[in-house]
Design a binder for this molecule. Structure first.
Ligand code: ZN
Length: 332
């Protein structure tokens, strides 16, 4: 092909293309004229709106971020907590574990499990005691007291449990209504002497008076006799045994609540030593004991222990509590 011809043809094609582009541009700006304040086309208006929307969104985002950052400068802010949790994972996890443990031994959980156990597995009466299943007797000495006896009774009732309260005369005279509460909750009243005296150091007459005065006080308040005796300090000898007219109850597990006055220590001590047939020593005169019971009783129920009074445990286990014997536990 001739080079001149090719040149001419290329020139022609280029011109034709240019003309076509010009025509298309003219068509586009020629139509859709809106004439809105300097915006000459719908497309330009849309572009403008789009760019301003972007601008406002950006503005809102930046201001929000600034506000959040400013609020996080406070020492208790979420950001700081999050950062602390991230950098102290081990400590935080340990804390969470402890918190969960406390929650799992809480009264609420225990009650729920108790209800669940009974209703799920179809026993008709939650107060029913299975003589072949493990059971223990909780005992509370030195009361009754203004506040804590009722608090403990409430927890016992919430967990279908009973206990024995070994009362002292100076308290029974002061709180006769608490004695009525103890019996109303299905619990048992034991005799712990009038003045919390060591019986081995008393004369025969004094021993009889220490025991008799409490009996009279309980009888006046409730119309009922005490059923068992716990000599103060667990102290007795043959002479004392010869005088006492009710079975003598000691203990197998000492919660040491009077010594530790610590909720966790009381729970740990009992949980680490408890077994079937045990009699557990506590005192319903301390705030910490009442609080410990709110954790411990549901926990013991969860572990499958039926919680009964001393006389009930003897009855369910088919044992007769005999005079002249001191019982630390009631074994099969
Ligand atoms: Zn005592």
């Amino acid at each position: 092909m001739n080079i001149h011809r090719l040149k001419k043809r290329l020139k022609h094609t280029c011109r034709r293309l240019l003309r076509r582009i010009k025509r298309r541009r003219k068509n586009k700006t020629g139509t859709h004229r809106i004439g809105y304040g300097g915006v000459s086309s719908f497309r330009e208006l849309r572009a403008l709106l789009e760019s301003s929307r972007m601008f406002y969104t950006g503005y809102v985002v930046i201001v929000t971020m600034l506000c959040i950052l400013l609020s996080q400068t406070r020492p208790n802010s979420q950001f700081r907590k999050w950062y602390f949790a991230l950098t102290n994972k081990e400590t935080v996890n340990k804390g969470v574990e402890v918190e969960n443990e406390v929650k799992s031994t809480s009264e609420g959980v225990g009650q729920f499990l108790t209800f669940y156990r009974y209703y799920k597995f179809g026993a008709t009466d939650p107060m029913d005691v299975d003589p072949n299943a493990p059971m223990i007797a909780l005992t509370f000495d030195d009361g009754p007291s203004a506040e804590y006896t009722d608090r403990i009774l409430e927890v016992l009732a919430a967990n279908y449990s009973h206990a024995t309260f070994f009362v002292v005369g100076r308290q029974t005279e002061q709180f006769p209504d608490k004695l009525q509460d103890i019996l109303a909750y299905g619990c048992e009243i034991g005799n712990h002497t009038f003045d919390h005296k060591n019986l081995t150091e008393l004369s025969d007459n004094d021993i009889m008076q220490q025991i008799g005065d409490v009996n009279q006080s309980v009888m006046n308040a409730t119309g009922e006799e005490t059923t068992v005796i716990r000599p103060p300090y667990g102290a007795y000898d043959d002479k004392v045994m010869g005088i006492l007219d009710k079975p003598v109850i000691l203990w197998d597990v000492d919660s040491e609540d009077w010594k530790s006055r610590d909720v966790q220590a009381i729970c740990d001590k009992v949980l680490s030593e408890v077994k079937d047939g045990d009699i557990i020593l506590m005192h319903d005169i301390y705030d910490t004991t009442a609080e410990a019971m709110e954790l411990l009783i549901p926990k013991l129920k969860e572990q499958g222990y039926q919680i009964v009074s001393v006389s009930e445990m003897a009855r369910y286990k088919g044992k007769t509590l005999e005079l002249g014997n001191a019982y630390g536990k009631i074994a099969e």
